[in-house]
Design a protein around this ligand. Structure first.
Ligand code: G3H
Length: 529
């Protein structure tokens, strides 16, 4: 799409990044085995040709077992330095890590753009949002600690209740937020005292490599282990051992189910999952059209629709459908396509080489079943992109209605009775969020009451989104398990565990001594401000 001259000097790729180290048991080990090439679908030559960014280790079962052993050893059956460490010290380690991470902004933002095609402002936002998430997590952890620094007494029994780690956590993140969403799992898992094994997503791998040293020097050995390779080769053998306590995965339910099924002890395994969604927009007849069109454009097409929270199906009341379609289609065709660093760019190259063909299949299937492409540019092909097609009228037998497209294509349905979208949502396998557009409170009130029982976030006259990250992020049915947010993630990666004792002089004196001597890191009424 753009030639070498068009790429500003600071964003050009001068040399490939050949990653040859991985982090296991506190050691940055050097890899001598096979490697996989990492390509960007952004072209740096006049005639389109994917750009080679570097190589990453192609690891397998032996390295996976090595990482698992290291994580188990660091947890050491609950005796490890990290799971028994004082809150203050754990926070100091995390602060050391985040300070070093902040120094890597430039290189990580550049790699985000090349590896996954995310625009410059969105890549910067992903980085900054992640740093903020870590700082907020530290603050929330302090609050959690302050709330625990006390004794309860009921029916003659004292209790000192805290949240303890669960054990070994396997973390797998998605390619669309390879930094933010992966860290939204990893950081709370680490800070709560778990030990972790982390494998970066299928795209957005190289951008993790500048952080390896910071992980190594900030945490005790074996607390963070980082592997490279395919999920099937690395994650599956780890799960099979039955020694993992938490599977933390943001991605699709097929991989989550496959991995879960490998684990032989289903009650041992806790799940923290963020999976697919098919969030609908429902545009009521009295909706502010200009605002609805704008929010639906953002909701359907931010990062080319490659977001789990993207609006993936749009229901418009038939009274306003024609006008909505006209304004929305004009809006889609007015968006700018270009490389991530191009000014004002909204649509960017798709990082998955086969994605345009997949979107084309969805379009062809819809056309064959009676839909039309409403916008002029819809379906136009480039080397690394397909222009978003606004498809209407979409019916339930079409693939684009049933599948999570996770890319640039927008199915639109019209409705006369509100029960039509509501019934579809109730039938759907997903239940993450909805966007509801309208003004009449008499129509909105009962709808909000129902929608809140079908999804986990009702966005009023606003597109769907995960953030701000302090708000709960979860979903019903196949969309999620557990809740993530700065606060909720600390709970998801820990369990309530406590010391209880009957109120008598022996116990009271013993506990007083435990507090005075500060010998226990668990029994403590000290806290950090
Ligand atoms: O891919 C799913 C993400 O959680 C979406 O996050 O709404 O901030 O883009 P976002």
């Amino acid at each position: 799409m753009s030639d070498l001259q068009a790429i500003p000097k600071i964003y050009q790729i001068d040399a490939t990044l050949d990653q040859r180290t991985y982090l296991v048991g506190g050691e940055l080990k050097s890899w001598k085995g096979d490697v996989s090439e990492v390509y960007s679908t952004i072209s740096s030559s006049e005639t389109y040709k994917p750009t080679l960014l570097g190589t990453i280790p192609d690891m397998g079962e032996p390295e996976a077992m090595e990482a698992l052993e290291a994580a188990l050893k660091a947890f050491d059956k609950g005796k490890g330095i990290w799971p028994t460490m004082r809150v203050r010290e754990r926070i100091e380690c995390m602060e050391k890590f985040v300070a070093q991470m902040e120094q890597k902004r430039e290189v990580i933002v550049k790699l985000l753009m090349w590896e996954i095609g995310k625009s410059l402002p969105d890549s910067e936002k992903e980085f900054d949002r992640t740093v903020e998430y870590i700082h907020d997590t530290i603050e929330d952890y302090k609050q959690l600690d302050r709330n625990s620094a006390k004794f309860h007494k009921h029916q003659g029994v004292y209790a000192h209740i805290r949240r303890g780690p669960l054990g070994v956590v396997l973390c797998l993140g998605p390619y669309n937020y390879p930094l933010n969403e992966t860290f939204a799992l990893l950081i709370p898992a680490i800070i709560m005292g778990n030990t972790t094994i982390f494998k970066p997503a299928k795209h957005g791998v190289l951008l993790i490599t500048p952080l390896l040293e910071a992980f190594q020097n900030s945490f005790p050995k074996g607390v963070v282990n980082i592997l490279f390779g395919r999920g099937r080769a690395v994650a599956a053998p780890i799960m099979k051992t039955g020694k993992v306590d938490v599977l933390a995965l943001i991605g699709n339910s097929k991989s989550a189910n496959a991995l879960q099924d490998q684990h032989p002890k289903s009650n041992r395994l806790r799940l923290v999952l963020g999976l697919e969604a098919k969030n609908p927009a429902i545009v009521l007849p009295d909706a502010d059209l200009e605002l609805s069109v704008q929010e639906c454009l953002t909701g359907t097409l931010s990062f080319n629709g490659q977001r789990c929270t993207a609006l993936k199906v749009v229901y418009v009341h038939e009274d306003i459908c024609e006008t909505f379609l006209r304004q929305f289609s004009d809006g889609v065709d007015a968006l700018t396509f270009g490389n991530p660093w191009d000014k004002g760019v909204k649509l960017t190259p798709l990082p998955e080489p086969g994605k345009s063909d997949y979107i084309q299949e969805l379009i062809d299937d819809a056309l064959a079943k009676g839909a039309q492409i409403i916008n002029e540019k819809g379906g136009q092909r480039f080397d690394n992109f397909i222009w978003p097609a606004v498809l209407y009228p979409v019916t339930k037998d079409m693939r684009v209605y049933k599948e999570e497209q996770f890319g640039p294509v927008i199915p639109v349905l019209s409705f006369t009775e509100i029960d039509e979208p509501l019934d579809d949502m109730a039938e759907s396998n997903y239940g993450q969020q909805v966007s509801l557009f309208g003004k009449d409170v008499y129509a909105l009130a009962p709808l909000i009451d129902t929608l809140a029982n079908l999804v986990c976030r009702v966005n009023l006259n606003s597109s769907c989104q995960r953030g701000p990250d302090v708000y709960p992020f979860t979903g019903r049915k196949d969309s999620a398990q557990s809740t993530l947010s700065v606060h909720d993630a600390l709970r998801s990666f820990s369990i309530r565990t406590f010391v209880a004792f009957k109120d008598n002089s022996l116990n009271n004196e013993t506990v007083e001594q435990l507090l005075d001597t500060k010998l226990s890191n668990f029994i403590s009424t000290e806290y950090i401000l």
